[in-house]
Design a protein around this ligand. Structure first.
Ligand SMILES: NC(=O)C1=CN([C@@H]2O[C@H](COP(=O)(O)OP(=O)(O)OC[C@H]3O[C@@H](n4cnc5c(N)ncnc54)[C@H](O)[C@@H]3O)[C@@H](O)[C@H]2O)C=CC1
Ligand SMILES: C[N+](C)(C)CC(=O)CC(=O)[O-]
Length: 469
């Protein structure tokens, strides 16, 4: 399948889709009648280019090109996936889908970013209603994996399955919503919290900052890794969920919530909220806030990745999908990645310990390349590092692209000596590492010669790298 996506509507959400598809190697065609759309999307893509690759240890694919088209008919040509992200207006969306179907391939997935409409509403008057699904993302689309995938009645599961496969391939977590309902699942939950928050401000009970603090210092942290039900199960103690419901069930009937009413967004309430929000965050521009949000999300997601928990598990799976064989260049490129924010220290640059990690990753990649991979290790053979000598030549900042080039300087029997050079995007040297490893048996924990295949491949690399010196 040709990896060609079309994004219709290039605002906040459309821009995020463009960035995610393009950075995951898809060519993207955009249609948006607003002449400022390309500039807006450019700014979103720039932020995404810094943030998204920080999530992965594997190299990103070559980014796909982004092209802008004067007509919708031209933009959808040849696309296998079409994502609509025009404003939340049912008539407008239906009109867009009707036009899309006049020009797109009958095999293409047509997906809507709608926050609240049901697929059956969007399919009104469509010639091929089954071709449309809802794929509701979360802002920023290029970092947050969740996408609510709604098929609804009268759909063709072929398109839902295809959408699921494509969205998974670009690193997202498609959550299939079993029955179509207004606002799907997540927006219903968000809406409940949002309404309650608006009442708290309107009634003068809390400021915008106090409400944000009540979330980010407390339950927001719990939600990011366990959600609602698993968290409350623990709150029930040894007796679990049933006991939690027994303990806190009666409170549901007390007037703890104003959810059944909606506050009027009259001029007074809008001014109160806008003034409080200005006082809270008005000293920072939107781009600054976006960068702060993205860096924090990257750090949180990477922490979850370390634990293999929640969205972090998905990142590990995407790393596996992105991993490619090393190739046979001389020297070998053993690491190609972006420096993530959580690797920097109080000097504002990549911490010295992380250089050790990068070179360790380089050795591990080389080991896998010569056949000393996870299966080889599981069978009881491995290499241990006996000595590492790192020279720091220039500082490296978060968001920078780095590569490590590795030469086998010695591959004789159980001895392996690797010379690594870490370079920046322009080939400028950042650090070198001279590393001596010994082959070991994991049963005896003593050194021993490698198995013949690994030994041969190491010797071949050593002689190739020696000749190329
Ligand atoms: N902003 C958010 O937090 C989220 C929004 N959504 C949904 O995504 C959709 C888009 O929302 P936003 O990006 O926030 O809106 P937006 O207002 O930022 O962007 C809409 C874009 O559509 C363009 N547009 C208008 N008419 C068009 C047409 N006929 N053809 C092509 N482009 C057209 C506009 O020029 C604009 O660039 C909505 O359905 C919204 O509910 C979904 C998740 C989150
Ligand atoms: C406010 N909103 C309904 C458009 C929000 C969403 O749809 C999802 C999000 O990113 O919060």
């Amino acid at each position: 399948m040709r990896k060609l996506a079309c994004v219709i509507g290039g605002g906040v959400i459309g821009g995020g889709w463009v960035a995610r598809f393009a950075l995951m190697g898809w060519e993207v065609r955009v249609f948006d009648p607003d002449p400022r759309a390309a500039e807006r999307i450019g700014a979103v893509v720039k932020g995404a280019e810094r943030a998204l690759p920080m999530l992965f240890e594997s190299p990103m694919p070559k980014p796909g090109g982004v092209s802008y088209h004067a007509t919708l008919a031209e933009a959808v040509q040849g696309a296998s996936y079409i994502q609509e992200s025009v404003p939340e207006d049912l008539d407008l969306k239906v009109k867009v889908f009707q036009e899309v179907q006049c020009h797109c391939s009958c095999d293409a997935v047509i997906a809507s970013s709608t926050s609240g409409f049901r697929p059956s509403q969007l399919r009104e008057g469509l010639e091929r209603p089954g071709q449309l699904v809802v794929a509701h993302p979360f802002n920023p689309v290029y970092l947050l994996p969740l996408v609510e995938l709604v098929q609804g009645a009268n759909a063709d599961p072929y398109f839902t399955d295809k959408a699921e496969e494509i969205l998974t391939g670009i690193g997202m977590y498609p959550l299939r919503i079993r029955s179509e309902i207004d606002a799907h699942i997540a927006d219903r939950l968000l809406e409940a919290v949002w309404r309650e928050a608006l009442w708290l401000v309107k009634d003068g009970l809390a400021t915008t900052q106090e409400i944000d603090d009540s979330i980010r210092y407390g339950f927001g942290l719990r939600w990011a890794q366990m959600g609602l039900f698993e968290t409350y199960r623990i709150a029930g103690g040894e007796a679990g969920m049933a006991h939690f419901l027994e303990k806190f069930g009666p409170a549901l009937k007390w007037p703890w919530s104003r959810l059944t009413e909606v506050p009027d967004l009259d001029a007074d309430l809008v001014k109160t909220i806008a003034d409080q929000s200005d006082a809270q965050s008005g000293n920072r521009g939107i781009r600054d806030l976006e960068r702060l949000r993205d860096d924090n999300l990257v750090a949180i997601l990477r922490a979850l990745k370390g634990q293999g928990a929640a969205a972090g598990k998905l990142l590990k799976e995407q790393d596996d999908r992105l991993r490619r064989p090393l190739g046979d260049g001389v020297p070998l490129v053993t690491v190609r990645r972006k420096v993530p924010v959580d690797w920097t220290d109080s000097n504002g640059h990549m911490n010295e310990g992380r250089y050790g990690q990068v070179f360790s990753d380089a050795s591990e990649a080389l080991m896998a390349h010569v056949g000393a991979d996870q299966a080889y290790i599981a069978a009881g053979n491995s290499y241990f590092t006996a000595e590492t000598n790192i020279r720091y030549r220039a500082e490296t900042l978060a968001g920078e692209d780095i590569v490590v080039e590795t030469r086998v300087a010695l591959g004789a029997g159980k001895k392996l000596r690797l010379l690594h050079e870490m370079k920046g995007a322009n080939g400028d040297l950042r650090a070198t590492c001279d590393q001596f490893l010994l082959h070991v048996s994991l049963q005896t924990r003593r050194s021993c010669p490698p198995l013949p295949d690994v030994r041969q491949r190491i010797e071949a690399l050593a002689s190739l790298h020696d000749r190329a010196r």
